[in-house]
Design a protein around this ligand. Sequence first.
Ligand SMILES: Nc1nc2c(c(=O)[nH]1)N[C@H]1C(S)=C(S)[C@@H](COP(=O)(O)OP(=O)(O)OC[C@H]3O[C@@H](n4cnc5c(N)ncnc54)[C@H](O)[C@@H]3O)O[C@H]1N2
Ligand code: MOO
Length: 401
Amino acid sequence: MTGLPAHHPSWQRARSLARAAAGPALPGVPRTLEDALGHALAEPLTALTDLPPFATSAMDGWAVSGPGPWQLGERGVLAGEQPEPLAAGTAVPIATGAPLPPGASAVLRREHGEVERSTSLLHLAAPGPLPEGHDVRPRGQECASGEPLLPAGTSVTPSVLGLAAASGYDRLVVHRRPSVELFVLGDELLDAGVPRGGRVRDALGPLLPSWLRGLGAEVIGRHRVADRLAELREAVAHSPADVVITTGSTAAGPVDFLHETLRLLDAPLIVDSVSVRPGHPMLLAELPATADGRTRHLVGLPGNPLAAVAGTATLAAPLLRALGGHADPEPRGAVTAEALPGHPGDTRLLPVRTAGTGVAPLPYDGPAMLRGLALADALAVVPPGGAAAGDAVELLPLPTA
Ligand SMILES: Nc1nc2c(c(=O)[nH]1)N[C@H]1C(S)=C(S)[C@@H](COP(=O)(O)OP(=O)(O)OC[C@H]3O[C@@H](n4cnc5c(N)ncnc54)[C@H](O)[C@@H]3O)O[C@H]1N2
Ligand code: MOO
């Protein structure tokens, strides 16, 4: 456990407690490039080759040697070929990406040259002269073999996969993803159809798993758990997940058994409610370790859907990112296009949309509502008392897929 239990910390402190609770990131494992997507690099990415690995032509045209005009050879050089040396005063056709023949001094792009058919002489057809190295990508222009390209902790995106492949990798050593099991509580929840008979649709079962995957988690299960102490206790006690995430049951209602469950499991609370709106009943606890000594945590998200979203951004995101070894991102900021309403004493997380050069609030942002969130680009972190038009605010990203 990290530090003493923090009851009702500030929003900022709750985030750092959640990050620190992770401890060291999960161990590194080798993965094929395809399987590494979404993980974090456990080792720096170091170039396994010079890039480009040999001097190449940057354009379709001719490789030339010395000043023109040039006697044109017949056999051109295609990408993937090993060219013959080029004698002074001669030229050969060359394709973009083809290795430059030894002895070539520059590349003349097709639209800048003219071939005299009768003599097979290639003339410069653009204002000259053609400088040495023109339209040539020299070997090692992007990096030298052994050069560090990306630090450990970098999140593996499609672009990182491309760079890793270009620089010679078949596999990457990445941190294991934290496993997550999601327990959705609430006997009033329906899994299909229109709300009826006093019951409402489960909005969080569909909302959370893809978000959690986007945070780098491996979602190993999603279950509905009945509002009964014994059932919740069994589910939490036996979950093999690194992180158990529950929704609902955080408050003091007649069937809110989460606190009681944690007490019975001897699971100390690291965060027990946060000074943030919506979502202040959110919590973070350390669960008893697994038989093989792995630490486990529980994030309790409030049942009101927007409050659960606030809890995911506040507690689940820093915990999961740190477990997965992802480096902390630079905070993203924006200017407000109009005033953002705040809470007198707590931080407020407000769905906002980019409007012109700033961000603006959206209607329907109550804790039980998702209508504003569904149109939002981000959650704005609104300080106690609110933000005036033109103020800078931090933005928290929202998943897009
Ligand atoms: N006496 C107090 N009552 C409440 C407090 C409080 O401090 N004192 N806090 C309020 C706040 S703030 C919130 S947020 C909620 C948190 O409640 P729980 O986490 O215990 O959640 P539930 O009671 O189970 O549900 C609340 C609400 O959300 C609906 N819900 C639950 N799960 C889902 C879901 N998966 N999809 C859609 N809607 C869901 C549920 O039907 C309730 O309407 O407590 C306040 N009360
Ligand atoms: O703060 Mo509760 O978090 O939704 O109303």
